[in-house]
Design a protein around this ligand. Structure first.
Ligand code: FMN
Length: 112
């Protein structure tokens, strides 16, 4: 991937996928980012508490279901340990993209 931001050494891609589309996006990101030489880890989001370990950037991929993130993803995010050292990117994978006004209301992401 050209022009990748090299300030991150380690990136964790966490994803949930109901029917496979989000997993395809996660696989693509994983493949492209790995080419930069960064340490890229990919984990599936489940009902368990998050165990992401140390990472510079946490990328959270979720399908959009009914104008919001998948419920399992929201619950997983809310269980993340608090830290101000990890950058977080939430990447919704949707059929349309009508979710944007809803994310800030439903997720209090500033605390991790
Ligand atoms: C029950 C259900 C609800 C959905 N709701 C929305 C929606 O509100 N907005 C949207 O843009 N796409 C919506 N979609 C489309 C999904 O976001 C899209 O197909 C996504 O890529 C599915 O990801 P997945 O294959 O990883 O589960 C919905 C799909 C399903 C099955």
């Amino acid at each position: 991937m050209e022009n990748a931001n090299t300030q991150y050494r380690t990136i964790t891609i966490a994803f949930f996928s109901g029917t496979g589309c989000t997993e395809t996006v996660a696989d693509c990101l994983h493949e492209q980012l790995a080419e930069t030489g960064m340490d890229i880890k990919k984990i599936k989001i489940s009902c368990d508490s998050p165990g992401i370990g140390q990472t510079d950037l946490l990328m959270i991929l979720s399908p959009v279901y009914a104008f919001s993130l998948a419920d399992i993803v929201e619950k997983w995010i809310k269980k993340l340990p608090g830290t101000n050292k990890t950058s977080v990117a939430i990447i919704p994978v949707s059929g349309e993209g009508m979710y944007l006004p809803i994310l800030p209301v439903r997720l209090e992401v500033e605390s991790f």
